[in-house]
Design a protein around this ligand. Sequence first.
Ligand code: BES
Ligand code: MN
Ligand code: MN
Length: 452
Amino acid sequence: MVKEFINTNKDRFLAELFDWLRIPSVSADSRNKEDVRKAALFLKEKFAVAGVDAVEIYETKGHPVVYAEKIINSSLPTVLVYGHYDVQPADPLNLWTSPPFEPMIKDDKIYARGSCDDKGQVYMHVKAFEAMMKLNSLPCNIKFMVEGEEEVGSDNLGDFVKANKTKLKADVILISDTALISLEHPSITVGLRGLSYMEVEVTGPNRDLHSGVYGGAVANPINTLCQMIASLHDENGCVTIPGFYDKVAALSSSDRESLNKAPFDLNYYKKDLDIDDVKGEKGYSTVERTGTRPTLDVNGIWGGYIGEGAKTVLPSKAHAKISMRLVPNQSSAEITDLFTKHFKAIAPKYVKVKVTAHHGGEPAVTPTDSKAFKAASKAFEEVWGKTPIPTRDGGSIPIVALFKKELGLDTVLMGFGLDSDAIHSPNEHYGVKNFLLGIETIVAFYKHFAKK
Ligand code: BES
Ligand code: MN
Ligand code: MN
């Protein structure tokens, strides 16, 4: 029945999603502020048409939150669906093979910014809800909270959650914003990493200098920044910040075993990325490195002359954006503090260093013995014919830890993307198959979850 409904309506579902994807809801860029709002209004309208009792746009200090609910019987369980309608900036534009906000299907994949992260995945929930309403099969209460600031650190969502605890009362959180191992190997994410995002500025002389007149006698802040950054890892790929690993929860050997059982093809991985070898912390597999180990990476570095041709200059300043991915039981505030102290401590006398913190977020692991996890597992078995494999993803969804802290709720991370979907990259895409099977799996989740 559900399958048939999805099949009959799939062209319309995709056409609607395309209309949504055409709105460039880039939360990071203030020039897109009105587009972000337009995307919220679009979603509000779709919730209303699908048959919710109430849908509201809630203003925040930043971009608005879309909240909708359908309460069929207060004695039945309630699922709170979370997602985000904002997207990452599309640049570098010249690397897209089709324009990021002109969605199109190529090789059965939807190409557009936000197709996978996260509009396409949120829209599966809207259509799953519509299907259950049309087929008269909604078995429990549903609440939807879709935000517009996930890609910029969800700065105002904490306040929204704290101020609306009663409204958000539920039994479980359901999120589709993660990835499957592959279409052949469905999986459910059971861990996410946390984040500390820093920016550093290294200043040498009080002005740019002629690199011949002064070069060799005055510290070049770019050279110094590179040396400082290089010193943040040792020869084993470990982060050298004192105390960085102190709180890291040890993995049990059975956890390690079960994570490494997940199908992973290192040769394919290398080929896909066009690299001859992988690199990471000694003693851990690739799956462990991304899923269970903390890391430190430079996300951007700049300074000096980068224009056309050559300019001989010894710059006054150098900058870098550095992020650290965190694992249980590291704390974002503590790691931010450790980084700041260490980075200042290693600064040579001939430079001044400024360290500022951007957003952060806590890591999360989700239970696998809950009713909701079992329902998700059964839903995959029913629709995909295979038991989903529990995996730990390397990305971050800081709100998961916040939901646990503020609402006491666990999350089920039922994402349908693929690591190869190029999220945050040029040519982001999302499989039409993932989208349609996702809708079906979500409907099956509700059925199993609401069973006594
Ligand atoms: N959906 C991603 C997170 C993700 C991607 C989890 C793939 C698991 C697998 C989310 O939109 C995201 O990009 N989060 C940011 C963190 C945020 C604080 C900016 C991230 O992970 O960089
Ligand atoms: Mn996302
Ligand atoms: Mn993202």
